[in-house]
Design a protein around this ligand. Structure first.
Ligand SMILES: Cc1ncc(COP(=O)(O)O)c(C=O)c1O
Length: 494
């Protein structure tokens, strides 16, 4: 058995399951009404003779072992929009439209789009829809690489805003509203601000203050809240940017919200300065034309679940478990947890910790190999543990016991891991826009010969997908330790 502290686990709390069984079903209780779930149930129960895609025709035309592996229901429900009265995504019609409207109401947006290409597609569509060539845009440097890909598509000119650094933990911290104000004063031609909140490790920026600064300068604000999709549903968690004056907000519901992998939402806020139609148009151009109904339905189910009593209970459990774990972990010799840093705001459900004498990578592999525990990620310094809506308290006890054993056993760190470095946390040396560099003549050269050359590729280790080097940036000696996975690098031809 393997214990997993990552997003997207099954709902397992026994009390909640009995609550689920005895009290509520989505169809009976308007509080958890999920129109797309209901439409899919009708679809499942009304087989018809079909001559349309997907060609496997409800699981008839697939490898037997595959059908057994994933279950015939999954194949039966694997369909796309346009068919069987389920509605369409673009334009939004039928049950899909109803589900999106309920999500919009629930999150308090003007418009919410369901997406099956993850938050990546949301960021790409925002870049494509609301930015244009050479427009100056202030972007937090800890953005996901999809924001950068968006800059390559649109040709906009990113002006990188460096978040605070938490050097002891080798991670980025919050974006300072004061730094943003300075940047806006120095760059009055800025047309957009784009920040990521929370960070992957759960550090939270003051989005209310950031939004206020943006409003003072009359510049719209996008918040990539990919890792904050639970915030709308709990007063204990930080406030969602949708309630803080942001113009557009991105949510990876699939990361922590309980929807299926690749499903996300893009919200345009009620007072947004963006033209919704432009964003919708960009989505139409970029999004698949065959969205998986399973993924769309899982978004509807996730919204309904999170806003239900059961969902609220599951979120409370996740928060309580996280607080319990944090308190006990801090008592273990040599274990340090990021929340001990003063003046830093957190999402408590994201727990970044380290054990003295072990790199994060080494700790991750010990947990995996010796204790069958899988955490969300590891870096030079520490590991990231997520307290999810699908985790049980007993699972945290297993992790605590493992950490206690590790702290006593004196595991040696491994030399080969010492060279690994994840994030340089240095300000980039920008020579040209990402788009200019991306479409320039390139060559691949040995990493050692690349110092002093202009990078032509996106180098962003995933997770968390934050960039080490981007097209158009000067490669320096200081980048070398972070390129251990690379023997060659693509650079611009001189
Ligand atoms: C901050 C942030 N934004 C966007 C994304 C992309 O999300 P997805 O994997 O849903 O495409 C990620 C992925 O890790 C992320 O961390």
């Amino acid at each position: 058995m393997c214990i997993i502290f990552m997003p997207m686990k099954n709902y397992q709390d026994k009390n909640l399951i009995s609550f689920k069984q005895s009290a509520l079903t989505y169809a009976e209780n308007s509080e958890v009404y999920a129109p797309l779930v209901r439409a899919m149930e009708n679809y499942k129960n009304s087989p018809c003779t079909g001559f349309h895609i997907p060609g496997h025709n409800r699981g008839e035309g697939v490898l037997d072992d595959f059908a057994k592996l994933i279950g015939i229901d999954a194949l039966n429900l694997d369909t796309t929009d346009e068919f069987d009265n389920l509605g369409t995504l673009f334009p939004s019609t039928g049950a899909i439209d109803e589900a999106q409207r309920l999500a919009s109401e629930c999150f308090g947006s003007k418009r919410t789009f369901f997406l099956t290409g993850g938050s990546t597609i949301a960021n790409l569509a925002l870049a494509f829809g609301v930015t244009s060539p050479n427009q100056k845009i202030i972007i937090g440097r800890n953005c996901h690489r999809s924001v950068l890909s968006g800059m390559i598509i649109s040709g906009a000119n990113p002006n990188w805003l460096m978040p605070k650094k938490l050097n002891d933990w080798a991670i980025y911290g919050a974006i300072s509203p004061c730094d943003l104000r300075n940047e806006l004063e120095n760059n009055p031609d800025t047309s957009l601000v784009w920040v990521t909140n929370p960070t992957y490790e759960g550090v939270v920026s003051d989005i209310e203050a950031i939004s206020q600064v943006c409003h003072e300068f009359n510049v719209p604000l996008i918040v990539d809240e990919a890792h904050g999709s639970l915030w709308n549903f709990s007063d204990v968690l930080p406030k969602s940017a949708l309630k803080c004056g942001a113009d557009a907000v991105v949510h990876s519901l699939h990361k922590t919200g309980g929807s299926m992998t690749q499903s996300s939402m893009l919200h345009i806020s009620k007072n947004s300065r963006f033209d919704v139609h432009k964003i919708e148009h960009a989505l139409k151009l970029l999004h698949t034309t065959s969205p998986s109904l399973l993924l769309l339905t899982s978004l509807d189910a996730s919204r309904a679940f999170l806003s239900s009593k059961m969902g609220k209970c599951a979120i409370e459990n996740a928060i309580d478990n996280a607080l319990y774990f944090r308190e006990r972990a801090l008592k273990i010799d040599g274990v340090r947890v990021l929340n001990s840093v003063s003046n830093v705001a957190f999402d408590v459900t994201k727990i970044f910790l380290k054990v003295d004498g072990l790199s994060g990578k080494r700790l991750e592999s010990i947990l995996e190999l010796d204790f069958s525990i899988e955490v969300e990620s590891a870096s030079d310094e520490g590991i990231l543990v997520l307290s999810n809506i699908g985790n049980k308290k007993e699972e945290f006890d297993v992790l605590l016991n493992a950490l206690e054993t590790i702290s006593k056993r004196n595991y040696p760190d491994l030399a080969y891991l010492e060279g690994i470095k994840f994030m340089p946390l240095t300000a980039p040396n920008v020579v040209m826009t990402p788009r200019e560099a991306y479409f320039s003549k390139k060559e691949r050269i040995k990493k050692e010969d690349a110092i002093g050359r202009v990078c032509a590729e996106v180098i962003a280790l995933c997770p968390p997908g934050i960039s080490v080097l981007l097209p158009g940036e000067l490669i320096l000696e200081e980048h070398m330790p972070y390129l251990s996975d690379y023997s060659e690098i693509e650079v611009l031809v001189k």
